[in-house]
Ligand binder design. Sequence first.
Ligand code: ADP
Ligand code: MG
Length: 560
Amino acid sequence: MQEKGTISIHTENIFPIIKKFLYSDNEIFLRELVSNAVDATQKAKRLSSLGQFSGDLGDLRVEVAFDEKEKTITISDRGIGMTAEEVKKYINQIAFSGASEFLEKYEKAKDAGEIIGKFGLGFYSAFMVAGLVEIETLSYQEGAEPVHWECDGSTSFEIKKGKRTERGTDIILHINEDAKEFLDRYRLQVILDKYCKFLPVPVKFGTKSLQEPDGEDEEGKPKYKQVESDNIINNTSPAWTRKPADLKDEDYLEFYRELYPMSPDPLFWIHLNVDYPFNLTGILYFPQVKNELEFQRNKIKLFSRQVFITDEVKDIVPDFLMLLHGIIDSPDIPLNVSRSFLQADSSVKKINSYISKKVADKLSELFKNDRKGYEEKWKDIGLFVKYGMITDEKFYEKAKEFGLLTNVKGEHFTLEEYREKAAGLQTDKDGNLVYLYSSDPAVQDTYIQSAAKKGYDVLLLDSPVDNHFVSQLEQKLEKTSLKRVDSDVADKLIPKEEATETLLSEEQVKGVKEVFARAVDKPDMTVEVESLSPGDAPVTVTVDEFTQRMKEMAKTGGMS
Ligand code: ADP
Ligand code: MG
């Protein structure tokens, strides 16, 4: 048997284009070929369990090997293999037409950065690093003949009788000069770790030496011997693929440590699991963030059937949840399309709101079942919740039940509880509620003391999102404004008890005011003289609330 033919693709010179476009990401060839090997293996398992073929399944491991001298990388599996007909159909037609379709989309998207994941390029991606690709394969079907296929990167291929004696497939890549960086153990290990770490079939890459106990020496001390054992690079049943009922807290924590070895343990987590109307599994962890907003972002990894795709999950995960850690696995997220398409995609939209709802439900449950524990974690959780309340209307509606306000004394209140507390206590002359807050208690201590003396409560709003949170609350809460404790409004409120007896005469007050106003000499500041009792700060200089808030916003900048 020998046959030559032409691969039917539209663009004659598709290879140079592929290389040019994808060069920076060419390491994904390994992900594509290993996941094909895994797919073929899973199919073999399935067929066997259905009784579709008899005989031994054998050792189902996938193996990645390389030969520096021969300049080859070989990916082998004991999957279902392919007949000559199947090679022609699946490799020549499907794989290659998939690639040209991909290129069309890719060219439309123009900017290389627009493409997410580059998934779906499939078998064809072998040509990003190899000038010549060989396939040796033997189908599981009875009486099948081994097949050898090769293609040198032009549009012509050759098929002949192959050498394989066992069911399965070897893909042999003859690595190009400009891709010889991949003929390196360390480099390959890093790529396998990145993409293949959680594949469902064991993947062997070389061997590693282990120390094993080897009896005792004459003095009775334990002896060890070096043994070579297979280096299996993956964990075939990562926590997110298992049933929540089968997992203990320790399992979730262990998986977290596997993902982020350097991070402190997370506060809690949510196991995502949905089949309809889209398929999605995953675990989202709430990390300890301690008021730090920036460096924690982009820690969520996106997988598709246990293959790592990308850690660019913007658009799939609601923006405010970008601070979470963990993984999302969904075969339903279209991956080889542009961002603008992704934003408009209906299953992506559904996934986005599903995640948002799950997170809200979890927080609500924690709050209801263990308010004390929830309050203890508020310093970390608060950042997400406030951020979500600011940026996501639907989330606000849920979070207003469990979003907390904390005062400078460290007491926590729901929005409703705080409203009750402030009612009748902190009202301005128009009858509106005024919440006082401090963004820097150390600096504003005098003002806090003075407010406390009048019986006012002062909120602590000092996180990176609080400037925006304050504005959001003002929009949402009825007849309520928030004022900094050192603002010029703070001391014009009507306190609980009318106790405004002053030690100074009106004349004296006017005099002192003038002196301070001249000394301060800032038009946006107001001087107030108050001396309710001898212990009070007699004079306070306040700043117009609006001016101050604008200054702070300018300082913290935008949020996205
Ligand atoms: P996809 O994996 O998305 O189907 P690919 O281009 O990666 O697309 O592969 C095309 C087809 O070639 C596969 O669907 C499969 O039928 C066949 N194939 C590729 N690699 C193997 C393999 N190792 N064993 C058996 N069949 C394979
Ligand atoms: Mg594939």
